[in-house]
Design a protein around this ligand. Structure first.
Ligand SMILES: [Zn+2]
Length: 279
């Protein structure tokens, strides 16, 4: 029963994330007006606003003007429902009591926030600085809270995670400057380092390294395939944020022991990618 509730709440949050990803770049308020058709402005009824069901109810078209309602909205609702279910399933058996509740809430906030950043970067190469700053602050606060709830001192994990966030920020800026100088075109967006800092604050050093490894491998593979298939021109940029965000979610859902094993498995591959780039 609890898992059904998690999935349903997730679908509602997904609906909000879609709305936020549409409104934030346009400078519109998240509080109001109520959801409306972007083509004709008609306000949606409560039934049409139901997550997942509303889109099916309308068969993906506005009833007044017939303008298509993006399938992506529906997919984001489904994806968030799945994400909340996964976080609930993977958090619950691990621990009980206050620590488990905190970890569950933290997981829901972290993965939902990452999904919003993914959508924003996908749409407009935009990782808003205030959102990333809040991501770092909440990540460090969560780290301290989780440590206290687990009966440990908060200082050591707090220092580790802060250091990971700071190094991510500096490292990405350095990589961006060097990469741009070497390639002659902008390498990495300015927001990627801020998103990496968010990952560092939430995941700590090892989690950050694993997320970076996954993101670099995922992004590299995507770039290669997209170029070979002609979907991307040579040197045409594509957003790296979605790979970072996806990797962050995957690492959060991976148990600590498995994270260590995965990292030792992936590091030789990263070396190979580095060598290939160096040629
Ligand atoms: Zn309409």
């Amino acid at each position: 029963m609890g898992f059904v509730v998690a999935a349903l709440l997730g679908a509602c949050v997904g609906s909000f994330l879609s709305l936020a990803a549409w409104r934030l770049p346009r400078g519109e308020s998240l509080m109001g007006p109520a959801s409306h058709c972007p083509a004709c402005g008609r306000t949606l009824t409560w039934r049409e606003n139901l997550p997942l069901l509303g889109w099916l109810w309308l068969r993906g078209r506005c009833r007044a003007c017939g303008a298509p309602i993006p399938l992506r909205d529906w997919l984001v609702e489904g994806l968030t429902a799945g994400l909340w279910l996964a976080v609930a399933l993977l958090t619950t058996p691990a621990a009980s009591g206050l620590a488990a509740v905190l970890r569950l809430l933290a997981g829901l906030v972290f993965t939902s926030g990452l999904l919003l950043l993914l959508l924003l970067d996908l749409d407009g190469f935009w990782l808003p600085e205030p959102l990333c700053r809040w991501g770092v602050i909440t990540g460090l606060a969560t780290t301290a809270l989780l440590a206290v709830a687990a009966g440990m001192g908060p200082v050591t994990p707090l220092v580790h995670h802060s250091l990971a966030a700071a190094l991510a920020l500096v490292g990405f800026d350095l990589a961006r400057v060097l990469g741009t100088w070497w390639l002659g075109v902008p390498a990495l967006g300015g927001g990627d380092g801020k998103l990496a800092a968010v990952l560092g604050a939430w995941l700590g050093g090892r989690g950050l390294l694993l997320a970076l490894a996954l993101a670099v491998l995922g992004g590299g593979l995507f770039g290669l395939l997209a170029r070979l298939s002609g979907h991307l021109q040579p040197r045409q940029p594509f957003p790296f944020g979605p790979f970072l965000a996806t990797a962050g979610v995957l690492v959060w859902l991976t148990p600590q022991t498995l994270q260590r094993q995965l990292l030792t498995l992936l590091l030789p591959w990263l070396n190979a990618v580095g060598l290939a780039l160096g040629r």
